[in-house]
Design a protein around this ligand. Structure first.
Ligand code: GLA
Length: 715
């Protein structure tokens, strides 16, 4: 059993393969956190002490103050002054205090209402803790779902209003973890459109430091992934705690160092873009947050997270080979039509692509980004015989067919908006703001969802579509809903996401033979929520290979290569550039985004060879263990490898400013020392022992220079 309750100590212990997590019931009231770290049987007892100015219950000893405890959950206004997990108002004060009642340990997990959630398997166990706030009559259930072999524990909460009056949740942080030290570095992502996932690392300071989104999307600007590590932690050494959120909307990751040098980490919905009113008898499920711990550096944390995402987050279809696509966006932008794309499909087949993806521009009056969004029926000027006839012509060329959609959005210049202006998010009396000439549909309104389902059914229902590229090209402002009552307006951000997830779920059920690639202007929703529905995410609109090298290396810190859609874009007849772009793109799931009709025969035959080669080692990228050797954030080159059973795929990408003639010794720790490896690209052999000691790579220092070795051990 990975979860145990020690009755005489009133202690809960969760053991995973390499970690232990423990907390006690203190004073028959609070949940006192005692340990999270390397697996141990020696769990420290709670240390009660008095601190000044810390409030406690009348009749109790001052050292019983929640302000002095490391806690599992913390309530606003009831004695703990640090950032709280829950603020719940029945009376306008926000004050609540939930007292421990009971626990339950069971196999599997509970589902979350219209939210993505990590899939349980036969070994998954869950601990449920029930607490009661007598004054409001609300019951709070805290969940710890344990994925023991991956060292991952997930945390979520369900609130049941058992009182007579409605209550409003004003802050909700399903993961609170108090660690009794503050000598950590915090690692997180920041960025912007086209430059997503920049890694930042800094020592913690007293007070609160956070990453967040108030945008209704997890965003390009920050990402819900967060890590805390020893100051000296590196890929292989040091303690690292990793956190993430299975959610794609506004979020808050906050880290606070308090007066006693303790660190509180919280992951959740925050309060700025969240409130939720629960009527008597109603229930609210929070999204799920996850945590993992590694005693041996970032590499182990990364591999824990990668396996967890592949095995428990991504759809089963993501575990099969992903199609190598030819996408029309950078080749044609809005300038597409039937004859051009049939010609694309013919060439795509000849080169060896699996699929043609028709990007933006096929529907309504969509000839530029100023019109048409929301009108999900074909543009007859571009497809005179209709979509069905067009799709059949594409398939007749022998390739699969994918299509771009952006269901959550509407252009004011569209039939949909002209008929239903009240279906866009807006605040009464205020002019809604535009972004990329578009408005956001009110996905909290069931009528909007019904309409979208009906329209997509009508347009795609009978078509053999193999793939949807699901985009989202602006953030939410003027967040008001004509559908929700005025006391429910604070729920829009959350209900919006539930609506999006319902529609994604509908697509999965309605089009079981199609897969989804998600996208939000590139990597604006690169999160575990989206990863539950799509086989991959368009990592960035930036396809410049130097920038991509950095973006992909960052993404791999927290997310597996199987999630990363990577395209070779226009090499402009430059063969070295084509080779370089390919070697960058095979860091993830390969595709191309170029005008194949303009490509010469030599380029096309090299692309054919690239696709053939990629398919020979794609399984190692999609399912292998990832090892980072040199991060492009730090060095003038990037080096990493994927290891899967007897195969190793080693990539070294030289950056523009790379020093000529410098020699790198790269230690391939995952190599088997007793085997002999052959590089299937060159025929050269290496002993596993040598690979472990370090293979020498000479950097050329020339433009567009990259090294790729596909090593296979002899049986
Ligand atoms: C976003 C996507 C691109 C492309 C365009 C189409 O920017 O990230 O890949 O699909 O939209 O408008």
């Amino acid at each position: 059993m990975s979860i145990r309750y020690i009755k005489d100590k009133k202690r809960f212990i969760i053991n995973t393969q390499h970690t232990t997590y423990a907390f006690d019931v203190a004073y028959d009231h609070y949940l006192y956190h005692t340990y999270y770290g390397k697996k141990t049987s020696k769990i420290p007892d709670p240390h009660f002490h008095t601190i000044s100015f810390a409030p406690y219950l009348a009749g109790q000893h001052p050292r019983s103050s929640p302000d002095s405890f490391p806690l599992e959950v913390s309530f606003y206004g009831s004695g703990d002054f640090r950032p709280n997990s829950l603020r719940l108002s029945a009376d306008g004060t926000g004050v609540c205090d939930f007292v421990y009642q009971s626990y339950r340990i069971f196999k599997g997990r509970v589902a979350l209402d219209s939210l993505p959630a990590a899939r349980a398997d036969g070994d998954t166990q869950t601990l449920e803790i029930t607490l009661l706030d007598e004054v409001s009559g609300c019951r709070l259930k805290l969940y710890y779902t344990v994925f023991a072999d991956l060292d991952v524990i997930s945390r979520y909460m369900i609130l049941e209003n058992g009182g007579k009056d409605s209550v409003t949740i004003e802050k909700c942080m399903p993961l609170t973890l108090d660690l009794c030290r503050s000598d950590f570095d915090m690692v997180s992502f920041y960025g912007t459109y086209n430059q997503e996932l920049r890694l930042q690392r800094h020592p913690l300071h007293h007070g609160t430091q956070s990453v967040y989104s108030n945008r209704g999307a997890s965003s390009h600007q920050y990402n819900p992934f967060l890590a805390l590590c020893d100051h000296k932690a590196n890929e292989e050494r040091g303690e690292v705690y990793g956190f993430n959120f299975v959610y794609s909307g506004s979020f808050l990751d906050e880290v606070d160092v308090d007066q006693l040098n303790r660190t509180r980490v919280q992951v959740g919905l925050g309060s700025e873009c969240f409130s939720y009113t629960l009527g008597a008898g109603e229930t609210f499920s929070s999204p799920e947050a996850i945590m993992t711990y590694s005693a041996s550096g970032f590499g182990k944390m990364t591999r824990n997270l990668h396996r967890f995402v592949r095995d428990h987050i991504m759809p089963a279809s993501a575990l099969a080979p992903h199609p190598v696509v030819l996408n029309t966006w950078e080749a044609c932008y809005f300038n597409i039509d039937e004859e051009k794309l049939v010609a694309f499909a013919k060439e795509a087949k000849a080169v060896g692509f699996d699929m043609l993806v028709m990007d933006d521009g096929w529907f309504g009056a969509r000839n530029n980004d100023r019109a048409g969004l929301g009108d999900w029926f074909e543009n007859r000027a571009k497809f005179p015989a209709g979509l069905a006839s067009f799709v059949n012509r594409i398939k007749a060329e022998g390739v699969k067919f994918g299509i771009w959609i952006e269901p959550e959005m509407v252009n004011p210049d569209s039939d949909l908006y002209r008929h239903h202006p009240d279906w866009a998010l807006r605040v009464r009396g205020r002019e809604p703001l535009l972004s990329r000439n578009q408005l956001v549909l009110d996905m909290s309104n069931p009528e909007v969802l019904d309409y979208l389902m009906k329209q997509f059914e009508e347009t795609f229902g009978d078509l053999p579509i193999d793939y949807f590229k699901w985009d989202m090209n602006r953030h939410l402002s003027n967040v008001g809903s004509c559908y929700l009552a005025s006391n429910k307006q604070g729920e829009i951000f959350f209900r919006y996401m539930q609506g999006v997830y319902r529609l994604l779920e509908w697509f999965a059920i309605r089009f079981p033979n199609a897969v989804i690639e998600t996208c939000s202007g590139g990597g604006g929703r690169y999160d575990l929520g989206m990863m539950q529905y799509g086989i991959q995410i368009w990592t960035s609109d930036n396809t410049n290979p130097c920038d991509r090298t950095r973006i992909q290396a960052s993404a791999l810190v927290a997310y597996p290569a199987a999630t990363m859609s990577c395209h070779v874009s226009n090499p402009r007849d430059n063969l070295a550039s084509l080779d370089y772009r390919y070697k960058v793109a095979v860091g993830g799931m390969l595709g191309y985004e170029l005008n194949i009709l303009n490509m010469g025969d030599e380029i096309k035959s090299i692309m054919s060879e690239q696709i053939r080669e990629y398919k020979s080692f794609e399984h190692a990228i999609r399912l292998g263990d990832y090892y980072s050797l040199a991060s492009p954030e730090k060095y003038d080159y990037s080096a990493y490898y994927y290891a899967k059973e007897d195969e190793i795929l080693l990539t070294v990408i030289e950056k523009k400013d790379c020093q000529k003639g410098s020699t790198k010794r790269l230690k391939i720790k995952a190599a088997n020392p007793d085997a002999v490896y052959t590089d299937l690209r060159t025929g050269k052999t290496y002993s596993g022992h040598l690979l472990k000691e370090g293979i020498v790579i000479d950097l050329t220092g020339e433009a567009d220079s990259a090294h790729l070795l596909y090593l296979k051990a002899k049986a």
